[in-house]
Design a protein around this ligand. Structure first.
Ligand SMILES: Nc1ncnc2c1ncn2[C@@H]1O[C@H](COP(=O)(O)OP(=O)(O)O)[C@@H](O)[C@H]1O
Ligand SMILES: N[C@@H](CCC(=O)OP(=O)(O)O)C(=O)O
Length: 373
């Protein structure tokens, strides 16, 4: 299994805030130097790497001499803007030692939710990789509001992995990997060497972040691994302080936790849909509709819809839930929320009479939908 990493050509390496900084003390330049050395060696070994690095807020807090991480959004955004300068400066200096060019990419959820911008980001990243440049990605914290925030860089790492069809996503953190319980509060916790990224039981192992500076904890790492697995990408969660961790992983050493899935990878368009985090509205399906979506891969017909909430237009993303509120599928709707309310529970031969026009027979076509386990 670990051989997969030996042959992995495209790598996304995500470095968490908890690693980059000791609580509130700014960047740990010594450790940044170690990663730049390792990444430069991976690049020299004919691998392509995209680095997703957190740390802007932590560094901003230190530079602004704030007593602790602020809670107000604008304070956090100001800290991110200040800190991002230090972060990029540290990486650029580190990679200059190896004559390695770097590029800064700041992304928001909105950039990735818009198909055209998503494809643009994809093309730019590929072009940079073709030129042998190392892209360094972070969330564009200064412009994000809660609505458009990705929220944590584990998710961003998985999205970048999907964008560039990475072979491997390495999530470097301050623990040796995923344990059967949070090792900070449970000294007897056992490290899992392997796990199935789409096993719903592993999410229950994950506790909250380990420090006041980290966000998401293991939960977002497992969800990121699941997201990456939808594209056939292997994820490894490992300790960024382990000497030569990236090179030893490349050599097939069993460090950290490897998360893979036997799921069939989604095609490119469906993957984009799966990565599209926020739905504009929700439709509640009856049992029959849930069953045919899951078992037969059918399109969603209005006749199987019991309720509709939220405001959306034709072509926007809706979440399809069962009567217990579990998300069964998500997809791009052929009808606006107003029209969906008029046709729900009805068969398509009634649409002309109810709407005054005859649109597609499906509310969500199966080509524009992903169905969850
Ligand atoms: N089952 C678990 N195994 C390992 N770590 C866990 C687990 N549950 C919670 N954690 C916590 O998750 C923390 C890592 O997440 P986080 O603080 O968000 O780091 P990062 O900044 O690297 O993303 C660890 O320090 C650990 O305390
Ligand atoms: N964009 C933020 C990232 C916050 C974040 O996701 O942190 P982490 O979960 O520790 O990787 C920053 O640079 O501070």
């Amino acid at each position: 299994m670990r051989d997969r990493l030996r042959s992995a050509r495209r790598w996304v390496v995500k470095v968490g805030s908890s690693l980059l900084t000791a609580d509130g003390k700014g960047l740990d330049h010594a450790i940044i130097e170690q990663w730049t050395t390792q990444i430069a060696a991976l690049l020299a070994d004919n691998r392509q790497v995209v680095l997703v690095s957190s740390g802007s807020i932590a560094e901003g807090v230190a530079r602004l001499k704030l007593p602790k991480r602020p809670t107000r959004v604008h304070e956090l955004q100001a800290a991110a803007a200040v800190g991002q300068m230090g972060l990029i400066r540290a990486y650029e200096a580190g990679f200059e030692r190896y004559d390695q060019l770097t590029a800064q990419i700041l992304l928001t959820h909105d950039d990735l939710a818009d198909r055209r911008r998503y494809l643009n980001a994809r093309a730019t990243l590929s072009t940079l990789l073709t030129h042998g440049v190392l892209p360094i990605v972070n969330e564009n914290d200064t412009v994000t509001t809660d609505e458009i925030k990705l929220g944590d860089n584990d998710t961003l790492g998985a999205q970048v992995a999907n964008l560039i069809d990475a072979d491997v996503l390495v999530l470097l953190t301050d623990q040796n990997g995923l344990f059967d319980k949070d090792p900070r509060s449970n000294p007897d916790a056992q490290l899992l060497e392997r796990a199935n990224a789409s096993d719903p039981n592993i999410l229950a192992l994950a506790g909250p972040p380990g420090s006041s500076i980290g966000s998401g904890g293991m939960r977002t790492k497992i969800l990121a691994a699941e997201r990456a697995a939808q594209n056939g990408t292997t994820t490894v969660i490992a300790n960024g302080r382990e000497p030569n961790v990236l090179l030893r992983l490349r050599d097939g050493e069993p460090l950290g936790t490897m998360l893979t899935s036997d799921q069939k990878p989604l095609d490119a368009r469906k993957r984009w849909l799966a990565d599209h985090l926020r739905a504009k509205g929700t439709v509640t399906l009856d049992e029959g509709a849930c069953r045919v979506l899951k078992e037969k891969g059918s399109s969603l017909l209005a006749v199987g819809v019991r309720a509709c909430s939220g405001e959306f237009s034709r072509g926007e993303l809706v979440s399809c839930i069962d009567k217990e509120g579990r998300e069964v599928a998500r997809g791009l709707t052929n009808y606006s929320a107003a029209d969906t309310r008029k046709i729900l529970g009805q068969s398509s031969d009634q649409f002309v009479q109810l709407l005054g026009y005859s649109g597609e027979p499906e509310l969500v076509h199966r080509d524009n939908m992903i169905v969850f386990r």
